[in-house]
Each structure stands twice: as structure tokens, then as C-alpha cells.
Design a protein around this ligand. Structure first.
Ligand code: ZN
Ligand code: FE
Length: 256
């Protein structure tokens, strides 16, 4: 097992791609490259040769760079098994229960449908690094384009079970607007208020707020707290099943 070096690569307006580099073997993955150019440049600046492209789901702002990176480097494109028909240039699939290896670093794969029906997450335990695309966002979660609240809540519970120090690398810099929504429905959460201030300050200086630790997400992300009686009460649903509370919070966010 090996630790990865991880580099965040801002793409488009608010997307994050990531470079994952195994120092023992040189294997390097470009994860969710919305565009090829900035990712190729970032790899060149590090002296890393991209050997793999990893996709969490099929949306264009996560796979748009697949073709460009593959033609420039010959990288193998790896994506979710259910999305094999709709991920450009795919060579190899991942599925839950089947570990994926990048050089000497091993990832556990989580099937996390809800945002899309094929969405997967990559969890590299040795590096404490979770790559969860558009399912779990820092202080938020993805829209339900192809799944039910039931599916999304089950997916978020899988991710929430990861260790406190798991670092949540998500697909977008949405934390500041997510914080405004979270505060609107959970105004008395002291940890959330503190975090919202930090996020605001970071963004004012142009610093990223991603990744963030799982312990902090569990304490402040309303979408991970649908089974917390205090949050259910805050949205007027005391005693309701968590999945219904989750669906209500997601509905409110869609209309926020
Ligand atoms: Zn998406
Ligand atoms: Fe996206």
C-alpha cells in the first residue's frame, strides 16, 4: 500500500479535477477532468505522466477532458460499470466490492447512486482521501437528477461512515453558497456558524475550501444530518423518518 500525492486542479468556473500520484510507481491519475488542458499542464509542472483517467460519473463537466488527456498521454480511462455506455473513451470499469489499484495505492469503490444512477466514489484509505464527485459536497450534496431521495440518503450514509479524518474531495467549489443554505435551515448550529465564517474568509482570499474533513461534514452538513432529531425539528418534521427529512431538505435547497 502506498500514500498518494494529491493535487487539486481548478477547471472551468467552479469544478475541481484532481491529480493522484503514486510516488513508488509513478502511476498518475487525472480524476474527473472537465477539460484536458489545465490538467495536462498541472501534471507537466509536477513532472508526472498521466497513466489513468478516473471518472466518478458521466456528466460532461467530469469527463470533458477524457479524450484530450487520452490522446496526449495514452492514459487508460476508468469509470463506473453502469456508465460504460456514456463515458467517453472508457477502457475499464469499477464497481463496488472490486478494489481498484493505482500503482501501489488501493482504492475501495463505493456505489453511490442518486445524483446519477451510476455514480461511484473512490476511497483511498492509506491517503485518507475520498473522491466523491457530485454526491457529497462540502456542506451540501448533489441534485437528484437520476435517483430517489432513498438512494441518495443511502449513498450519503455510506460516505458518512468513513473515518473522522477522511478528506472529502468533491467535484465543485460550492461551499460558500452551501453554507448560506445550511445556515438558513440550521441557524443555531454553533459548529456550522463557525465554519461558515471560515469559508467566507477563505473564499474572500480566493482560497479553496475543498477538501474538508469528514468529522466537520458530519457536524455541519445538513444533508448528512437528516437523522438528527434537532435538524428534523428545525425543518418542522420532528419524528419523521430520516429519508423524508432528507427529501424535504433537498427540496428546499432546489428552491433556495
Ligand atoms: Zn454531476
Ligand atoms: Fe459536476
Amino acid at each position: 500500500m502506498a500514500k498518494l500525492r494529491i493535487q487539486q486542479v481548478p477547471c472551468l468556473k467552479d469544478n475541481y479535477a484532481y491529480l493522484l500520484h503514486c510516488t513508488q510507481t509513478g502511476a498518475t491519475a487525472a480524476l474527473d477532468p472537465s477539460e484536458a488542458e489545465p490538467v495536462l499542464e498541472a501534471a507537466a509542472a509536477q513532472g508526472w505522466r498521466i497513466s489513468h483517467v478516473l471518472n466518478t460519473h458521466h456528466h460532461w463537466d467530469h469527463v470533458g477532458g477524457n479524450g484530450g488527456i487520452k490522446s496526449a498521454t495514452g492514459a487508460r480511462v476508468v469509470g463506473p460499470e453502469p456508465d460504460r455506455e456514456r463515458i467517453p473513451e472508457i477502457d475499464e470499469t469499477v464497481a463496488e466490492g472490486r478494489p481498484f489499484r493505482l500503482g501501489h495505492a488501493e482504492a475501495e469503490i463505493f456505489f453511490i447512486p442518486g445524483h446519477t444512477r451510476g455514480h461511484m466514489a473512490f476511497w483511498f484509505p492509506e491517503s485518507r482521501a475520498l473522491f466523491c464527485g457530485d454526491t457529497l459536497f462540502t456542506l451540501g450534496c448533489g441534485r437528484l437528477f437520476e435517483g430517489t431521495p432513498q438512494q441518495m440518503w443511502a449513498s450519503l450514509l455510506k460516505l458518512r461512515a468513513l473515518p473522522d479524518d477522511a478528506q472529502v474531495h468533491c467535484g465543485h467549489e460550492y461551499t460558500e453558497s452551501n453554507a448560506r443554505f445550511a445556515l438558513a435551515i440550521d441557524p443555531d448550529n454553533a459548529a456550522l456558524k463557525r465554519r461558515a465564517e471560515q469559508v467566507k474568509a477563505a473564499r474572500a482570499e480566493g482560497r479553496p475550501t475543498v477538501p474538508a474533513g469528514m468529522a466537520e461534514e458530519r457536524a455541519t452538513n445538513p444533508f448528512l444530518r437528516a437523522d438528527d432529531p434537532r435538524l428534523a425539528a428545525a425543518v418542522g418534521m420532528a419524528g419523521a423518518p430520516p429519508v423524508q427529512v432528507f427529501a424535504e431538505i433537498r427540496r428546499r435547497k432546489d428552491n433556495f
